[in-house]
Design a protein around this ligand. Structure first.
Ligand code: THU
Length: 134
């Protein structure tokens, strides 16, 4: 699975975005070390705070199916009808990534026409993790 192929899956997942309030549509595709892919979209709510980001939808689908080892995630977003050149994951989603992934976890941003590849360590330095609790 190439970075671009993963991004194409994120773009397809984005088509299922439920975002009637922000009209901002996000898709994600999460690749496990075994080569499985779990996709997600953002799911909004009239009460706003129950909204779930695309990245967390993908992570929670994967973890709930027993996955624990992740290689990369592709994320694409933008106002409905347009694709932003770059849609960075929010802080909460970065924290969820840090729960399950090391600093070398690959975060692929942009869109299938132009990828921007990062690491979780770059996006969330000095993260608070399980090791801080013990
Ligand atoms: N959103 C995501 O899905 N992922 C992010 O990392 C940033 C924000 C969604 C949440 C909400 O439905 C919409 O984008 C606008 O914030």
């Amino acid at each position: 699975m190439t970075d671009r192929e993963l991004m194409v899956l994120a773009e397809q997942a984005r088509e299922r975005s439920y975002s009637p309030y922000s009209h901002f549509c996000v898709g994600a595709a999460l690749l496990t070390k075994d080569g499985n892919v779990y996709t997600g979209c953002n799911i909004e709510n009239a009460a706003y705070t129950p909204t779930n980001c695309a990245e967390r939808t993908a992570f929670f689908k994967a973890v709930s199916e027993g996955e624990r080892d992740f290689e990369a995630i592709a994320i694409v977003g933008g106002k409905r009808g347009t694709v932003a050149p770059f849609c960075a994951p929010c802080g909460v989603c970065r924290q969820v990534m840090a729960e399950f992934c090391k600093e070398d976890f690959k975060v692929i941003l942009g869109n299938s026409a132009r990828l921007s590849v990062h690491s979780l360590g770059e996006l969330l330095p000095y993260s608070f993790t399980e090791s801080d609790l013990f």
